[in-house]
Unconditional design. Structure first.
Length: 609
């Protein structure tokens, strides 16, 4: 049996998890890889206190560990990539070296050395092998790693994060247009997204994988800044036990000792699409994505930087209901119940008598711009000590319009909106993260993560007036002018602070413990006040001309500050894990984790009571 996994969980209770593997699979860090193995003398006798050093040829980063009494060593939290040089040394023995080692995210690379007790100088022996990533005793469930080669070379128009996530067999895209994905059959809100070890979730919004900016289909991070990422369904690492759907664990690129950069551009429009099977040309649209990356050393072998800019401009025509010249034939054969003449008449009356331009009935072009700015600085403070600071900014907009002419009159909904009655959903996310990796006393591996995320979502409208609804050519079909009912006073602000610390250390020669805490502190402000500008309903265009509505509704506040919700949430978590290796061919991992949410109690409103 390669693996056995038990999970016991209930709401409000800690999670206990056990796993058995045929090889040691102790935790290797949520944002990197690990190198482990055994150093022996000729004949197989273990060497204690042998020194194993790992050096990156690209950045000069250095990691070092001493072997235990059984000759085994573990080096945790190694940066993903390569190429690494692994060297084992012991007094009285010739050193041994393995070069060209590369690490993938979450990989645990095994490097065993047999040192020869000789005084003569031997030539260096380089061993090169190809490892099958599917044969990995450390995996306990369905998972997929999307490496740097796939991120860089897959021909993705728009190059969005979600396009690579859905290459995982356990991920199902939504049939709707909001870009949501389901992992392992779960709602997208149950997914967890980590970038460089920090949480990147929007607990309030909708759409996409669950990341901020989902309502505008924003990219959580530019693919030009992503080095590789994993889609995990059932990892047994206790540090990754805070989700019920899937975990998307991404890491970003870093600078190296070489200055390097890239420029990219992708463009398409209707001329590049071709005609449909009937010979009709595609409707006019445009999508243009461009940007650049640049990185290099600030101090050779010590401090490096990387930056990426990703800009997308997209214009597409509205593809919903379109009215025709009469309510029964021609382009209106679907029975919308509104003629062009009626819609034009509403437009003219509103312009002349009510003093604003509501737009027209024609098919509008809707924009969806997206801009991503990423920056990262990495510093080698000392051997086994690295500092990493990242900044990511996502600014995206999405123009929307509603043209459902048959909305129920009792709901005071919009109906068939004229073009300037639509709205723009704007989203801005600024994220700052810091990660500090240290080894104390030769065996205490500590991973400290701190972060702050500022998310702002807002609806904007072209006209700041109440909604005007006019009965059209059939009962129940309305032409709408003015502001969308849900747009005025629609604002969401989120501030998220994170503190995570993981301490991994050896206990004796057979146990490897991980003790950690993960804490998130949320501050929410949500202002949502539909119909606050009023809704006027008219029986026909004549009533609109004479300013005689037959219905008027407006939402009024029950308190001076309006219907704004402002509250805080704290999630405090702690966990403990033991990887017990009674032999070189068996590891038993057991962990327990407890996450406790603390939510502000709702305040009573005496006016409502």
């Amino acid at each position: 049996m390669r693996h056995v996994v038990w999970t016991l969980a209930r709401r409000g209770a800690p999670v206990l998890l056990l796993a058995l593997a045929a090889r040691p699979v102790a935790a290797q860090g949520v944002t990197g890889g690990a190198i482990q193995g055994q150093v022996t003398a000729e004949g197989g006798a273990p060497l204690e206190n042998a020194v194993v050093a790992v050096t990156s040829a690209a950045t000069g980063q250095r990691y070092q560990a001493n072997t235990r009494a059984n000759g085994r060593y573990n080096i945790e939290n190694i940066a993903v990539g390569g190429e690494f040089r692994v060297e084992a040394r012991a007094i009285g023995y010739e050193p041994a070296t393995r070069s060209g080692v590369t690490l993938a995210l979450g990989q645990r690379y095994s490097a065993d050395f047999e040192l020869i007790q000789q005084a003569v100088q031997l030539e260096e022996l380089t061993v090169t092998a190809t490892e099958n990533p599917l044969i990995n005793a450390g995996r306990t469930g369905a998972a997929q790693t999307i490496g740097e080669h796939a991120v860089r070379n897959l021909p993705l128009q728009g190059r969005n994060f979600t396009d690579l996530v859905i290459t995982t067999p356990q991920v199902s895209p939504s049939a709707s247009s909001d870009g949501a994905v389901s992992i392992a059959g779960q709602n997208n809100r149950y997914n967890n997204i980590q970038i460089d070890g920090g949480v990147n979730n929007d607990l309030f919004g909708i759409g996409s994988t669950g990341a901020p900016g989902g309502q505008v289909l924003a990219k959580p991070i530019s693919l030009e800044a992503a080095q590789e990422f994993q889609v995990l369904i059932a990892p047994f690492d206790v540090r990754q036990g805070n989700f019920a759907g899937g975990l998307i664990n991404a890491i970003t690129k870093s600078g190296t000792n070489r200055f390097s950069g890239s420029v990219f551009s992708y463009y398409r429009n209707q001329d590049l699409t071709g005609d449909d099977p009937l010979g009709n040309p595609a409707t006019e649209f445009k999508q243009w994505q461009y940007g650049l990356t640049f990185g290099g050393p600030i101090v050779h072998d010590r401090v490096h930087f990387f930056a990426a800019l990703d800009v997308q401009e997209q214009d597409a025509p509205w593809g919903g209901q379109q009215i025709g010249p009469d309510p029964t034939n021609g382009a209106d054969s679907l029975g919308i119940g509104i003629t062009q003449a009626t819609a034009t008449r509403v437009q003219e009356i509103v312009q002349q008598q009510y003093g604003f331009d509501p737009g027209d009935w024609r098919q509008p072009t809707l924009g969806q711009p997206d801009r991503d700015v990423f920056g990262k600085v990495t510093a080698q403070l000392a051997t086994n000590s690295q500092l990493e600071v990242t900044y990511n900014n996502v600014d995206a907009d999405r123009e929307r319009i509603t043209r459902d002419a048959l909305r129920a009159a009792a709901q005071d909904r919009d109906g068939y909106q004229l073009s300037l009655s639509g709205w723009t959903q704007a989203s801005s996310t600024n994220t700052v993260r810091g990660k500090l990796l240290n080894v104390f006393g030769g065996k205490w591996n500590n991973e400290l993560l701190v972060g702050y995320q500022r998310i702002r979502d807002k609806r904007d409208q072209a006209v700041n007036v109440g909604l005007i609804r006019v009965q059209a050519d059939r009962p129940g079909a309305y032409v709408a002018a003015g502001s969308d009912v849900f747009t005025p006073n629609n604002l969401l602000e989120q501030d998220v602070y994170e503190l995570t610390d993981n301490l991994t250390f050896d206990l004796g020669s057979a146990h490897r413990l991980t003790v950690g805490t993960h804490n998130e502190f949320f501050s929410f402000f949500n202002n949502f006040f539909p119909r606050s500008l009023g809704v006027w309903t008219f029986a026909d265009t004549t009533a609109l001309k004479t300013n005689t509505p037959n219905r008027y509704t407006i939402a009024l506040p029950l308190r001076e500050s309006g219907p704004a919700a402002e509250f805080s949430v704290q999630q405090i978590g702690g966990y403990l894990q033991d990887a017990w290796s009674p032999s070189d061919r068996l590891t038993v991992t057991a962990g327990v984790r407890l996450d406790v949410p603390l939510i502000d109690a709702p305040q009573q409103n005496p006016v409502l009571l």
